[in-house]
Structure formats: C-alpha cells, structure tokens
Design a protein. Structure first.
Length: 431
C-alpha cells in the first residue's frame, strides 16, 4: 500500500480494489444525448421504486436547494452540441478541462453530505483541472437518465451547509449495475452521457457495491476508449468496508446507539421492581456486529446495561440466551438487550427473515426485536418493551459524531486530490 500525505485531520492512504427533490435549485436541463424511451427500460432493468415518468418523483431535500417546480423528463429532447451556446474561446477553455460527476448510493447516513461537501469544495479549488461538478439526481440513476445537477451554480454557503444536513441532498438509490456482459446497454448509456457532458471524473459515494461499480465503470470506459477516473468515496454505517480503519457514517450511528441504550436503561431500571423487566433494542448490521457492539459503550461498570449483545457473527442459542436473561433479572432486577438485525440460527437462517430481497439481492429483514421479546414473554413471562432504531440511528444528525463529520469530509476531499493527481479505481481510507 502507498501512503499519501494529505492536509486533513485524518491521514489517508490509497486502496486499490481487488475486483469483483423537487430538484435542486438548478438542474442541467440541456439534454445532450437523445434517449429512446424503450431503451430506457433496458437501462433501468429491475430498478425498484424508480420508473421513467413524465414528472420525476419528489424527495425531501434541504430548503436551501428547493425550487418551486420539479424537472420534467423529456426523452425526446434533441441533442445539444457541447459548444452550441459558447463562444470559440470559452469552448476551447472548457475542452481543456474535464467535468466531474458525483453520486450518492445506498442507504444514506447522518454525514454523507459532509463527504459531498468535501468533494465539491475541493473540486472548486482545482478549477484548472476540473470544470463543472455535476451531481446525479437519485444517485447513479441521475447519470442513466441524464438528470445532472450543476453544483457550480450553488453559492459557497449553500455547499458549506451540506456539512450539517442529514439525508442525501442529491438523492440516493439502491441500484446495482449488473456486469457489462449481463447488461451492456446501461454501461454504454453511462459512458454516452459522460462523454456528452465531457465528464472525466466519477466520484461514487457508497459502500462495497459502489466500490464495485467504480471498478466496473473505470475498466469499461477504458475499453470503450473514453477513460474515466473513478474514485470511490467510502460510506457505510455497518463499518464493514475492508482496509479502512472505520467507515464514514459508523461513528455517528455508534454514538446514537450508545446514548440510546444508556438513556433507555435508566428508564427501565427506574420501573423494574413493578413494571418492565426486559428491554430489547434492534440495531442495523446484517453481517457485521459493529453497531451492536457500540451499544456496549453505554456500560461504565459491571452490571450496567447492556447485559446481552446478540451479534450476527455468533449463531443464536435460544437456551443460553434465556438463561442469561433470567440471570440478569435475578441479579439486577432488569435486563437490557442489544440485538443486531442480522442474527442467525446455527443453520444460518436469519431470525427475522422477511422472505424478500432488495435491489442489491440482499435478504430483507423483518424485525428481530419483537421476535426476541416474544421469546422472553413466552418462556420467562417477564414484562418487556422493544424498539427498532431503524432509520433513526442513521439519520440522527443532531447527535452526529464530530470525528465522523470530519472524517466524512476528509475522504471526500482526499478523493478529489487523488483524482487530480491521476489516480484511478482507488478509494481513500482512514488510517
């Protein structure tokens, strides 16, 4: 690994992957690539909760980015030459630089917009190398449907405000590109749009699947004769990205869970003699138990909550679990349990499997907290309460970790610095 020195609070190194609303205030409305409406269906094969419509679906966004009307999708709009509205000198200047495209992917976090801020603000410092910075409306779908937001027309204070804004300011999506062999149309369309808008830099802000997309786009673009510098900007609350010390987004969720367990435990212990004896809190974490482990930060001394943490990495043993609950109630009058959504049986089946899958092919989980609480009720007869943190844990900007905000901004900044230095198919990491 090559370690690079960056002027950020978080040191960064390069990781090379091994392989496999109404709209914002101004939208780039000049479509340069005519689209066959029938072809769009092939491009967006199996894209859940998104269809080509006469009016795009709206999504909540920061007030500073709102305008009064949603953009309309017009698949028959004719192509506009890149220099059709520019003078000769301006056209030559634009041609000497490549534009950039930034998109958010997957479930958002309390700090993903800090990464967007880092990308956009840093790109503005390299105007001699980076022309326009576009953001994709609803993630990578914004490129496929040519819904590009020109962030250069936003004021500096509006971009700076992204540091403090939860959710995904430009819209995100759960849409995994299939392999070029399975669906070449969507890749050809992606490169077609990039080429039409002179885009040479691609910053994709997401988890492991997004890193895979970056790698695919970079390789295919080179093969098609239009090289794209694809840089993955890491983000995931599950904290399960390889190489990096931690994943931007995790720190804020960890803080939320630890504080919530501490506060809930104080509530339960106050009433345990005559009321609730068991409290169960479900947290995210399909395959990695980092978020569940974060609940343990609430424990300051032996006997403090949480008394039990159920990890997805450890098969669930019902008998041992019930024995531990009873011991906790006998000793402390109450029992607080943190359970990861991905807890499985010894046979590998999720306790809360809902029987459906999301756009990435992941099994959708139906809620393990009530399952665990019901086991306690049926076998031990204790009064209980349960809660599912769900979106609250990843959206809680009011309690976001300061370190997490700084790291999220830093990886966005570092991604641009990597790109202007000529790196490709890499990801900045925290060390």
């Amino acid at each position: 690994m090559t370690r690079l020195a960056w002027k950020v609070r978080v040191p960064v190194r390069v990781y090379r992957p091994a392989g496999p609303r109404s709209g914002l205030s101004r939208l780039a409305r000049q479509r340069k690539v005519p689209v066959d409406p029938g072809n769009v269906n092939a491009i967006l094969t199996h894209a859940p909760a998104f269809h080509v419509m006469s009016r795009l679906p709206t999504a909540p966004i920061p007030a500073v980015f709102c305008n009064s009307s949603a953009p309309r999708y017009n698949a028959r709009r004719p192509a506009v030459p890149a220099d059709g509205l520019l003078g000769k000198r301006a056209s030559e200047t634009m041609a000497s630089r490549k534009n950039a495209f930034y998109a958010q992917s997957g479930g958002v976090t309390a700090v993903i917009n800090a990464s967007a801020c880092g990308v956009i603000e840093t790109a503005r410092k390299y105007r001699h190398k980076i022309g326009k910075m576009y953001a994709g409306r609803n993630g990578i779908l914004g490129a496929l449907t040519e819904e590009l937001i020109d962030t250069g027309k936003e004021r500096a204070q509006h971009i700076a405000a992204l540091r403090y804004t939860p959710g995904g300011a430009f819209g995100s999506c759960r849409y995994k590109l299939k392999s070029p062999e399975e669906n070449p149309v969507q890749y050809e369309r992606l490169i077609q749009v990039f080429k039409a808008h002179n885009i040479g830099y691609f910053f994709y802000n997401g988890g492991g699947d997004s890193a895979d997309t970056c790698l695919k786009v970079s390789r295919l673009a080179e093969r098609l004769g239009y090289p794209i510098q694809a840089i993955h900007v890491p983000k995931t609350v599950d904290n399960d990205l390889a190489i990096t010390d931690c994943s931007p987004g995790f720190g804020s969720v960890a803080k939320y869970v630890a504080v919530s367990i501490k506060e809930a435990a104080l509530d339960v212990t106050s009433m345990a003699k005559t009321s609730t004896r068991v409290f169960v809190m479900e947290v995210m974490g399909r395959h990695a138990g980092w978020i569940a482990a974060a609940g343990g930060l609430a424990q300051e001394k032996e006997g403090d909550a949480p008394h039990i943490i159920l990890f997805p990495e450890i098969p669930f043993d019902q008998a041992a679990f019930l024995k531990k609950v009873q011991q906790s109630v006998d000793r402390h009058d109450y029992c607080v349990i943190v359970v990861s959504e991905g807890v499985r049986t010894a046979e590998g089946k999720f306790l809360a499997e809902a029987g459906t899958r999301d756009a990435f092919g992941h099994t959708q989980l139906g809620g393990v907290a009530p399952f665990i609480a019901n086991l306690v009720k049926e076998n031990l007869k204790y009064k209980y309460h349960w809660a599912v943190a769900d979106y609250l844990q990843r959206a809680a900007r009011h309690i976001a970790s300061k370190v997490d905000v700084e790291q999220s901004y830093a990886v966005g900044k570092a991604a641009v610095e990597l790109a202007v230095k000529g790196h490709n198919a890499v990801m900045p990491t925290i060390v």
